[in-house]
Design a protein around this ligand. Structure first.
Ligand SMILES: [Zn+2]
Length: 194
């Protein structure tokens, strides 16, 4: 294994949670807030984060673009990232809408010190709220998450950006709010992924 040349941009794989193409068999909207789907909000967040990271000199590949047919299998998303030799796997989600309209943010990390380190670094960059968490994936209600199958030596995390109710508005109306939400996350990723 040779080290990449200094000029080789590092690759980060971003995973817009859920998806993929509305109306296609297997489409998974994630949670919903009226007509708004988590899948669409996740994709917008991933595209914004991609543009920020590309601006910092990274290569970025998305596991899907919401327009490519059946939803890619969850474990495939991670194995695709591993096959590409990604330096990190970052899955982006919004959480369900709570009756009290509370804000929410947190990060789950896969087994391995690299994942925990990145999660610890990301926590202050997430939207501030009470009850914010940084937890191992096996503490989730699923007792483990698909991010776990990324190689332990490299960071693999799943971020809950907020409740879907508090996601920036879709499209250009939410552009500035999306940038404000994701810029601190891009800064941490750029400082942490080497
Ligand atoms: Zn989700």
């Amino acid at each position: 294994m040779t080290n990449p040349q200094p000029h080789t941009p590092r690759l980060i794989v971003l995973d817009p949670g859920h998806g993929s193409t509305p109306g296609v068999l297997g489409y998974d909207p994630g949670c919903c807030d009226g007509p708004r789907t988590e899948a669409a909000a996740n994709l917008e967040a991933a595209l914004t984060l991609k543009s920020l990271l590309v601006g910092k000199g990274f290569r970025v590949v998305l596991t899907h673009d919401g327009n490519d047919g059946p939803k890619p299998d969850l474990s495939w998303r991670v194995s695709m990232a591993a096959r590409l030799g990604a330096a990190a796997f970052v899955s982006l989600h919004y959480d369900m809408v709570f009756p009290d309209a509370r804000h929410l943010s947190g990060v789950y990390y896969a087994p391995g010190e690299a994942s925990k380190r990145l999660a610890d670094a990301l926590l202050p960059a997430l939207r501030t709220c009470t009850g914010q968490w940084c937890n191992p994936s096996n503490s989730s209600r699923f007792n483990g998450l698909y991010i776990d199958s990324f190689p332990d030596a490299k960071p693999s995390v799943l971020i809950e950006l907020d409740s879907l109710r508090h996601a920036p508005p879709a499209g250009t109306a939410g552009r500035e709010a999306r940038l404000a939400l994701l810029r601190p996350i891009a800064d941490v990723l750029a400082a942490s992924i080497r």
